[in-house]
Design a protein. Sequence first.
Length: 198
Amino acid sequence: MNGIKESNKKITIVIDPGHGATYNKWNTVDPGALGFTGKHEKDYTVDISSRLGSELEKTFGYNVVYTRQIDITKKQKRLAWRVDFAHNKNSDYFISIHLDSFSAESNRFSVYYWFKGENFSKEGKRFAESVVNAVTPRGFSRSVVKSANHYVTRNTRVPAILVECGNIQNPVNENEISNERFIQEFAKGIDNYIQAEK
């Protein structure tokens, strides 16, 4: 771990792979959107989250914790549980990973934050901007930062973003999110923000 700041080891980042948990009385797993290859969003999000977390640990030395690494079926894991998980882990930052699903021609990379003027929301905006600035949009027609009313970013008491890592109906995007360079840039954007905020 040569060159890694010792202080980074004390920083906890919670990564939340979207979907893949039970939300209803039938105890069935929410799969999220269906990609053009037949793979569900819940599986893409676990893959991206795992590779992103590994990069954050290996290259930058952060402590990474996941809300899930497999489908969660034994008990309901509503969005409130994910927020509580982040608080219980004394997280410093929260990242929820998702993918869009719309017409195959669309290939936007989007990062959302909750903005109503509160301090953490302003930090969330800077967090989102840092990620977008770092991710080279080779396979994306555009990359955007937007405010939105997502439960997890609204209720988490630390800087939080929700990332839509492209469009799983678009084969170019599917290839891009599988690229290790994408993961490296994503992680660098996170690190750039954290170091700037210290």
